[in-house]
Design a protein around this ligand. Structure first.
Ligand SMILES: [Zn+2]
Length: 152
């Protein structure tokens, strides 16, 4: 599976790629050296900075043209030929990019609304920020939104 590094103007795109399950490091403030290091470690660089073309010899550089995150996502998915919705949705924390671990249902009892607890069997937790995830209506809505974004 392709891994990415996104630079500062692409925070929303990074999040949507994480929804698709991709490993995306988002560098809000980074020196050229830090970006280069990630690039050389095998991550595809996503950037709006055209000058990054000069790094093409050092790794995979993808220049994003669109302003709108939806258009950007389509550009990346089509441009790099990424499998669209095969990816496991919600396998990764949208905030920290860490993969989620399944947790015992009882352990999240105090942390999720009661109706969610009653309705769902499977829960996941990010071991960095502690956020709890489940495959609820939010996931379904995001998936529909994604499908729409990638369709037209
Ligand atoms: Zn997290």
């Amino acid at each position: 599976m392709q891994r990415f590094v996104a630079d500062r103007m692409l925070g929303k795109l990074a999040k949507w790629l994480r929804v698709l399950g991709y490993d995306v490091v988002y560098l809000r403030k980074a020196s050229e050296g830090e970006i280069l290091q990630k690039l050389q470690a095998g991550r595809t660089l996503l950037t709006r900075n055209r000058r990054a073309q000069k790094w093409r010899g050092k790794g995979n550089v993808f220049i994003v043209k669109g302003n709108d995150p939806k258009i950007q996502l389509r550009e990346v998915v089509k441009g790099l030929g990424l499998p669209e919705l095969d990816a496991v949705i919600f396998s990764r924390c949208l905030g920290c990019n860490r993969t989620l671990d399944p947790v015992k249902r009882e352990t999240v009892r105090e942390e999720v609304p009661d109706y969610i607890y009653q309705k769902h069997e499977e829960f996941y937790r990010c071991n960095d920020c502690g956020k709890v995830y489940w495959h609820g209506s939010h996931a379904v809505r995001m998936r529909q939104q994604l499908q729409k974004m990638l369709e037209d």
